[in-house]
Design a protein around this ligand. Structure first.
Ligand SMILES: Nc1ncnc2c1ncn2[C@@H]1O[C@H](COP(=O)(O)OP(=O)(O)O)[C@@H](O)[C@H]1O
Ligand SMILES: [Mg+2]
Length: 323
C-alpha cells in the first residue's frame, strides 16, 4: 500500500467555449493544466493562488464534480477517473468537500438534524432513527455546537457556526479526505482562527487528510504540512510549509509571501507589488505564464515554459530565474 492517500497525475480541466448559432467550440478555458501532486494520509496540502487561478476547478476535478479533461486521480490505490457511477458513489463517501460560503451551501428550509441525517441516508449509514440521533449528537459534539442545534435552522446561526454545521455534514459519512475550498475566506478574521483550529483538532482525532484551498498564504501557513502555489492553472512551486516560507524560489511565491502582514513593525519587509492582473486562462501568455508580471523576466521566459526544478525531495518549482 502506498503511503499516499491521494495521487494526482497530469490532471487538466479545460472548459469548452461555444459560439455562433451552431454552438461550435471556438476555444477553451484552460482552468487546470497538467497538475500533479500527492498527499499522504493524515496530511494537509495547502493550495494557494489568486482568485481565478483554478483552485476550485482543481478541487472539483479531483472529486469528479467536474469531469477531468485528462489525467489520473488515484485515491486509496484506485483511479477515480475510470470509475462508473456506482463505484464513484461508494468512493464519494470517503471524499467530501466544504465550500467557502456557509450561507449558500445549507438549505434554509432544513433543520440541522435533517441536514446532518441526509448524507447518512444517501449512503445507508445509521438507517434507524435512534442511531441517527446518536450520530448527530456525536457530530455536533465534534464541531462544538450544543445538542439543541439539532432542531434549529441555518438562519439561527452565525457564519462561523454555519461553517461548523457544514463541517459536521461532511463528517457525517466518516470521510477520509476533505477538499476544503476556502472554508474560512468568508468569515471574520477572529472566527477564521477558531475554524482552522477546529479543523486541525478534527484532523488529529479522526486521522483526516485535507486539501486546504485559500487565496492568501497567511491562512494556509498554520494548517498545512505542505503548500502548493498555483498560477493560471499550474502549480509553480510546492514545498513543506517551513521550507516555503523560509526559502521560496519562485518570484510569484515571493510576492505572495511579501503580502503577508507581519505583526512586528521592526521587522518590516518590502512588499512586492505585481504588475497587471491575472491573464485570461482562455488565452494564456506564451512561455512562462507569469512572465508579463514577473520582476525577474528575461527573453527566454517569453518563449519557453520552465520545467520542474527540484530543490529537495519536498521542494520544487518552475522558473528560470529563481531567488
Ligand atoms: N463551469 C465553468 N465554465 C467555464 N469556465 C469556468 C467554469 N468554472 C470556472 N471557470 C473558469 O476557470 C478559471 C478558474 O476558476 P476557479 O477554479 O473558480 O478559480 P479559483 O477557485 O482559483 O478562484 C476561471 O477563469 C473561471 O472563469
Ligand atoms: Mg474558488
Amino acid at each position: 500500500m502506498s503511503e499516499f492517500l491521494l495521487e494526482v497525475n497530469n490532471l487538466s480541466k479545460h472548459f469548452p467555449i461555444r459560439g455562433g448559432i451552431l454552438g461550435r467550440q471556438v476555444g477553451s478555458v484552460k482552468a487546470v493544466n497538467d497538475v500533479s501532486f500527492k498527499i499522504k494520509k493524515g496530511e494537509t496540502l495547502g493550495l494557494v493562488g489568486e482568485s481565478g487561478c483554478g483552485k476550485s476547478t482543481l478541487g472539483r476535478a479531483i472529486l469528479r464534480l467536474h469531469e477531468p479533461t485528462c489525467g489520473q486521480v488515484i485515491f486509496d490505490g484506485q483511479d477515480i477517473t475510470k470509475m462508473n457511477g456506482q463505484e464513484l458513489k461508494a468512493m464519494r463517501r470517503k471524499m467530501q468537500v466544504i465550500f467557502q460560503d456557509p450561507y449558500a451551501s445549507l438549505n434554509p428550509r432544513m433543520s440541522v438534524g435533517k441536514i446532518l441525517s441526509e448524507p447518512m441516508l444517501i449512503h445507508n449509514l445509521a438507517t434507524k432513527s435512534a442511531d441517527q440521533e446518536k450520530r448527530i449528537h456525536k457530530l455536533l459534539d465534534f464541531v462544538q455546537l450544543p445538542k439543541d442545534a439539532i432542531n434549529k435552522y441555518p438562519h439561527e446561526f452565525s457564519g462561523g457556526q454555519r461553517q461548523r454545521i457544514c463541517i459536521a455534514r461532511a463528517l457525517a459519512v466518516e470521510p477520509e479526505f476533505i477538499v476544503c475550498d476556502e472554508p474560512v475566506s468568508a468569515l471574520d478574521v477572529s472566527v477564521q482562527a477558531q475554524i482552522v483550529n477546529l479543523m486541525m483538532d478534527l484532523q488529529k482525532e479522526l486521522g483526516l487528510t485535507y486539501l486546504f484551498i485559500a487565496h492568501d498564504l497567511k491562512v494556509v501557513e498554520f494548517i498545512s504540512h505542505r503548500v502548493a502555489v498555483m498560477y493560471l492553472g499550474s502549480i509553480i512551486e510546492s514545498a513543506k510549509s517551513s521550507e516555503l516560507y523560509g526559502k521560496s524560489m519562485h518570484p510569484y511565491t515571493n510576492a505572495l509571501i511579501s503580502a503577508i502582514p507581519i505583526p512586528n513593525p521592526e521587522k518590516k519587509h518590502q512588499r512586492i507589488i505585481l504588475k497587471g492582473e491575472l491573464p485570461s486562462p482562455m488565452n494564456p501568455p506564451t512561455g512562462c505564464h507569469f512572465h508579463p508580471r514577473c520582476p525577474s523576466v528575461s527573453d527566454k521566459c517569453h518563449v519557453k515554459y520552465p520545467g520542474v526544478t527540484e530543490v529537495s525531495q519536498t521542494h520544487e518549482f518552475r522558473c528560470f530565474h529563481p531567488n
